[in-house]
Design a protein around this ligand. Structure first.
Ligand SMILES: O=P(O)(O)OC[C@H]1O[C@H](OP(=O)(O)OP(=O)(O)O)[C@H](O)[C@@H]1O
Ligand code: HPA
Ligand SMILES: [Mg+2]
Length: 167
C-alpha cells in the first residue's frame, strides 16, 4: 500500500511518537537481556535513540536498507549489513541483539532483517497486519490501508476551514 492508495492518513506528532517509542521500551525492558541495539535506517534511528536511552544500551549499530522511494515500494537493497563487532557482541545468529524499526508494513524489510539475524529480537513501534507476524514486539497496530505520517517527514501547514471543503 502506498501513500496515494492508502485511505486513512495517520499523522503522528513528535510528542506522540516519543510516548509510543517509550511504551515500546517499557515492553522491551522485560524481554532481554540485550547486549546491543541495531537501528534499521533510516526510520529506525529515532525510536532506537529513545529505546537505547530507556533500557540502557550504549552499543549501537545500523542496518541500512532501502525499499521505498518516498511512498512507492521498490527493490529491497541492503546498503550496509551488521558490523563484525556487533555480531561478536551478540551470539550466533544475532542472539542478544535488539533490532528496532519505526514500523512494519508489508514485512518485506523485517523479512530481510530476519534473514541477516535470525535469532535477534525485532521490534517496531507501529505494525500493519501483513507485517505484524514478522516482528517480536510492537506497540500500536493500524490497518493495512493506513499511511503513517512520521513527524520527521511532515511539518505544520495551513488547514482550510471545514466549511470551505476541507476533507
Ligand atoms: O514492512 P515494509 O513494507 O518493508 O515497510 C516498512 C519499512 O519501510 C520504511 O522504510 P523505508 O524503506 O521507506 O526507508 P526509510 O526508513 O529510510 O524511510 C519503514 O521505515 C520500514 O523500515
Ligand atoms: O505507512 C507508512 N508510513 C511511512 N513510511 C512507510 N513505509 C512503509 N509504510 C509506511
Ligand atoms: Mg525504514
Amino acid at each position: 500500500m502506498s501513500e496515494e492508495t492508502a485511505r486513512k492518513p495517520f499523522p503522528v506528532s513528535w510528542d506522540q511518537f516519543h510516548r509510543d517509542a517509550r511504551a515500546l521500551a517499557w515492553r522491551l525492558n522485560g524481554a532481554g537481556p540485550f547486549q546491543a541495539l541495531v537501528a534499521v535506517t533510516r526510520g529506525g534511528l529515532v525510536p532506537a535513540a529513545i529505546v537505547a536511552r530507556e533500557i540502557g544500551l550504549r552499543v549501537i549499530d545500523t542496518l541500512c536498507v532501502a525499499s521505498y522511494d518516498h511512498t512507492t515500494q521498490g527493490e529491497m537493497q541492503v546498503l550496509k549489513g551488521l558490523s563484525d563487532a556487533i555480531m561478536k557482541v551478540g551470539g550466533e545468529g544475532g542472539k542478544g541483539l535488539l533490532i528496532v524499526d519505526d514500523l512494519v508494513d508489508t514485512g518485506k524489510t523485517a523479512r530481510v532483517v530476519r534473514q541477516i539475524a535470525p535469532k535477534a529480537h525485532i521490534a517496531a513501534v507501529y505494525a500493519k497486519p501483513m507485517g505484524k507476524p514478522l516482528v517480536d514486539t510492537f506497540i500500536t497496530e493500524v490497518s493495512q490501508d493506513t499511511w503513517i505520517f512520521f513527524p520527521w517527514d511532515t511539518g505544520l501547514s495551513f488547514q482550510p476551514p471545514i466549511r470551505d471543503g476541507a476533507a
